[in-house]
Design a protein around this ligand. Structure first.
Ligand SMILES: Cc1ncc(COP(=O)(O)O)c(C=O)c1O
Length: 385
C-alpha cells in the first residue's frame, strides 16, 4: 500500500476531531453574529467570551487581554504597526531579530519606509539572540522589541524569560511571536514579562482563520482595521466564530495534553536526529541541539538541494519541507539559515521535518529508511559521489 506520511506539522496541522465537534454547531445552528442583540447574537457572544477565556488561560493572560484576529500574520502586523503608530511621539526605534517570520520582517521593512528605524539582532550559530547584545541595542527611542519565541524553521527556542526581564526593566514593550510555541512548550505572559503575544489556531490543531494577539492591559496599539469596533475596536470585522470556538477548544486540549505529548515527540525527534546524523554522511543538524521545539528537526545535507529531497520523499509518500511553508515557494535561500551562518549552497540543502500528534514511531523508522536512499540517489544523479 502507498504510504502517506505527514511530517510538516509546522506548516499546518489537521483539525483535532474534538475541535471539529466543538466548532461545528457554530457553522450552522448557532450561526449568530456576536454583535447582534437578539438571542442568536447573545448565544454567539457568550461562546466568544468563553473562547477568550480558554485562549487566555493557556498563556496565563486575562480574557479581556485577548484580541481575536484572522491569522498570525495579521497579529504580527498589528503588533508591529499598531505599536509603532500608537507610540510615534515616544520614539521611532524598533528591534527585531534576523530570524523572524516574513510577516514580522516585512512589517519592519515597511515601517522603515514610514520613518521608523529598525535594528535586526544577529543570532549565533544555533539561532539564539544574545540578551546582553539586545540590552545594548535598546535606546531611549526604542518603543518595541519583537523576538520570535521559537523558530518556525530551525525550532530554536529563544531566552524569552531574560529578554522579557530586560524589556520590562528598560520600560520597552515586548512582543513575541508564539505561533510555533504556544501549546507545545510552556508560555506564561506574566512570568515572561510579555506585553504582546501572537498565536495561531491552525498550528495547534485548530481551524484556519483564527488567531490572536494578547495585548497586556495598559499597552497602547493602533488598530489596522477600522469599522464595526469589534474586539475592543482593535480588530473590526465580524468575528469568525466557528474558527474561534475551535481555536479555544484546541487550547483546552493543549493545556491538558501538552506535557505528555511534547515528551512523546521529543523522544521521536531525538531518535530521528540521531538516526539521520548516523546514517547519512555529510548531514548536519540546524538549530540548537537542546533548546528547540519538541517537534522540530532541521538538517542540511552536503551536495544536495532541499527541494529535490522534498520531491524524492514525496515520491515515497512522505511530506516534509525545505523550511517555512511561505519561503519554500521562493528560490532564495532561507534568511534564517543564512543568519545562523550557513553559506548559500548549504542553506539550499536544508530539510525541515516537523512532527505532530499523529506521528508514530513506525513513521520515523520509515523516514530513516527512505531518506538515506533519497540522498544517495540525488548525490549520484548530480555526480557528487
Ligand atoms: C512563527 C510564525 N509566525 C507567523 C506565521 C504566520 O501564521 P499564519 O499562517 O497564521 O498567518 C507562521 C506560519 O507559518 C509562523 O510559523
Amino acid at each position: 500500500m502507498f504510504k502517506k506520511i505527514y511530517f510538516d506539522y509546522a506548516a499546518t496541522t489537521p483539525v483535532d476531531p474534538r475541535v471539529l465537534k466543538a466548532a461545528s454547531p457554530y457553522l450552522n445552528e448557532k450561526f449568530g453574529n456576536t454583535m447582534s442583540l437578539h438571542t442568536f447574537g447573545q448565544e454567539a457572544k457568550l461562546a466568544l467570551e468563553k473562547s477568550r477565556e480558554a485562549v487566555a488561560d493557556l498563556m496565563g493572560a486575562k480574557a479581556e487581554e485577548i484580541v481575536f484576529t484572522g491569522s498570525a500574520t495579521e497579529s504580527n502586523n498589528l503588533a508591529l504597526k499598531g505599536t509603532a503608530f500608537a507610540n510615534r511621539k515616544k520614539g521611532n526605534h524598533i528591534i527585531i531579530s534576523k530570524i523572524e517570520h516574513p510577516c514580522v520582517m516585512e512589517s519592519a521593512d515597511w515601517l522603515e519606509t514610514q520613518g521608523f528605524k529598525v535594528t535586526r539582532m544577529p543570532v549565533d550559530r544555533y539561532g539564539l539572540v544574545s540578551p546582553k547584545e539586545l540590552e545594548k541595542a535598546i535606546k531611549k527611542e526604542t518603543i518595541l522589541v519583537s523576538i520570535i519565541h521559537a523558530s518556525n524553521e530551525i525550532g530554536t527556542v529563544q531566552p524569552v524569560l531574560e529578554i522579557g526581564r530586560i524589556c520590562r526593566r528598560k520600560g520597552v514593550c515586548f512582543h513575541t511571536d508564539c505561533a510555533q510555541s504556544l501549546g507545545k512548550i510552556a508560555v506564561d505572559v506574566n512570568r515572561m514579562n510579555i506585553d504582546l503575544l501572537t498565536a495561531s489556531s491552525h498550528k495547534m490543531y485548530g481551524p484556519k482563520g483564527a488567531a490572536c494577539l494578547f495585548v497586556r492591559k495598559g499597552v497602547r496599539i493602533e488598530p489596522l482595521l477600522h469599522g464595526g469596533g469589534q474586539e475592543g475596536g482593535l480588530r473590526s470585522s465580524t468575528v469568525n466564530l466557528p474558527a474561534v470556538v475551535g481555536f479555544a477548544e484546541a487550547c483546552r486540549i493543549c493545556k491538558k495534553e501538552m506535557k505528555s505529548e511534547s515528551k512523546r515527540q521529543v523522544k521521536l525527534r531525538d531518535k530521528l536526529v540521531k538516526g539521520v546524523l548516523k546514517k547519512i554522511e555529510g548531514s548536519h543538524l540546524n538549530g540548537h541541539p537542546k533548546k528547540r521545539l519538541p517537534n522540530n528537526a532541521n538538517f542540511w545535507f552536503e551536495s544536495v538541494e532541499g527541494e529535490s529531497i522534498v520531491i524524492q520523499l514525496d515520491l515515497q509518500g512522505v511530506a516534509a519541507s525545505t523550511g517555512s511553508a511561505c519561503s519554500s515557494v521562493k528560490l532564495e535561500p532561507s534568511h534564517v539559515l543564512l543568519a545562523i551562518g550557513l553559506k548559500h549552497e548549504q542553506a539550499h540543502g536544508s530539510l525541515r521535518v516537523s512532527l505532530g500528534r499523529r506521528t508514530k514511531e513506525s513513521e520515523i523508522d520509515y523516514l530513516l529508511k527512505v531518506l538515506p536512499n533519497a540522498i544517495n540517489r540525488l548525490r549520484k544523479i548530480s555526480g557528487r559521489i
